[in-house]
Design a protein around this ligand. Structure first.
Ligand code: DHB
Ligand code: FE
Length: 282
C-alpha cells in the first residue's frame, strides 16, 4: 500500500526561484544566509526518506487559471507538468513527472467523499509549485519523483475556508492510504507565511501570528482549521491566506506527527518565510 511518510511546507516566493541557481554563493550573503541554511536539515530528511511521489498542495497565481474561471480545488492528472511562470526571472527548469493513475485514484476517492475537484489532464504550473520543488531537490534533481499538483484558490474570493481545506487534506490522506501500490508519498504545502502584496497594507507581516501557526500546526491543527477566512486574512494579510495550503497538507498527514525541523525567516521579498518538516508517526 502507499504510505505517507510526512509533510514539508515552505514559502514559494518567486525571488527564491531566482536565487536558487546561485545558492552556493548566496550562502555568504546576509540577506539569504539563514534562509538557505534552514533547508539543509529538510533536504537531509527528504533524501534519507527518498519518496517516490510528491503531492504538492499549492495555489496558482493567474497562470493556469484566471479570474474568469477559478475552481476552488483542482488537481492535475497529466503525465507531465511544465513551468510556465515567466515572472521574476525564474530560469528554465526541467519538467515534472506526473502519475495519472494515482491522480485518478485520488480524484475518485475524494469525489466519493463529496469533494469536487476540477480535473486537469493538461496543467501548467507556476512558482507556487516550482519554487518548493527546486528548493527541496537541490539542482532540480526531482526527475525520479512523480508529482501530483493539487491547486487551491487563494486568489479570488470567496476562498475555500481553512476548515474545508483541512478536511480535503484528510480525504486526500485517506485516498493515498488506500492506494494499492507500494509507494512512499510526501505531501508538500507551499506558500505563506504572512504577507500582503497589494493595497494599503502592502508589506504587512505578522510574526507572532506566523510563529503561533508554525507551533500549533504540529499538534493542534484543528484549532487553526477553525479560524475563519476573514480572520486569517486580517491576521496574515491578503496573500497570507495561502496558509490554507499548509492546513491541507497537515490534514493529509492524519493523526500524530513528529516535528523534525522548522525555520522562520523575515523577510524574503515582501513575505515572512516558514519551513517545516513533519514526519508521520502513524
Ligand atoms: C511574493 C510572495 C508570493 O507568495 C507570491 O506568490 C508572489 C510574490 C513576494 O513576496 O514577492
Ligand atoms: Fe504566492
Amino acid at each position: 500500500m502507499a504510505k505517507i511518510i510526512g509533510g514539508l511546507t515552505t514559502s514559494h516566493i518567486p525571488a527564491i526561484g531566482g536565487a536558487v541557481p546561485q545558492e552556493d554563493s548566496l550562502r555568504g550573503d546576509p540577506y539569504w544566509k539563514s534562509f538557505f541554511q534552514g533547508y539543509d536539515k529538510a533536504r537531509q530528511w527528504l533524501h534519507a526518506q527518498n519518496p517516490d511521489v510528491a503531492v504538492v498542495i499549492y495555489n496558482d497565481h493567474g497562470l493556469n487559471f484566471f479570474l474568469d474561471k477559478m475552481p476552488a480545488f483542482a488537481i492535475g492528472a497529466a503525465p507531465e507538468y511544465r513551468n510556465a511562470d515567466e515572472g521574476w526571472g525564474i530560469p528554465t527548469i526541467p519538467p515534472f513527472q506526473g502519475d495519472p493513475e494515482l491522480s485518478w485514484h485520488i480524484i475518485n476517492s475524494v469525489s466519493a467523499e463529496d469533494f469536487d475537484l476540477t480535473t486537469c489532464q493538461e496543467m501548467l504550473v507556476d512558482h507556487g509549485f516550482t519554487v518548493p520543488m527546486s528548493l527541496f531537490w537541490k539542482g532540480n534533481t526531482y526527475g525520479n519523483v512523480k508529482t501530483i499538483p493539487v491547486c487551491i484558490n487563494t486568489v479570488q474570493h470567496p476562498l475555500p475556508s481553512p476548515q474545508r481545506c483541512y478536511r480535503l487534506g484528510q480525504a486526500i490522506g485517506r485516498a493515498i492510504a488506500s492506494y494499492p501500490k507500494d509507494l512512499k508519498v510526501v505531501i508538500l504545502g507551499t506558500g505563506g507565511m504572512s504577507h500582503q502584496l497589494d493595497g494599503e497594507r502592502a508589506g504587512f507581516i505578522n510574526k507572532s501570528f506566523d510563529q503561533m501557526c508554525m507551533e500549533k500546526i504540529v499538534d493542534q491543527p484543528e484549532e487553526l482549521a477553525n479560524i475563519s477566512m476573514h480572520d486569517l486574512v486580517k491576521q496574515a494579510g491578503a496573500q497570507g491566506a495561502e496558509f490554507i495550503l499548509w492546513l491541507t497538507m497537515r490534514g493529509a498527514l492524519q493523526g500524530k506527527v513528529k516535528k523534525i525541523h522548522s525555520n522562520y525567516h523575515v523577510a524574503i521579498s515582501n513575505t515572512a518565510t516558514g519551513l517545516l518538516v513533519l514526519e508521520n508517526t502513524t
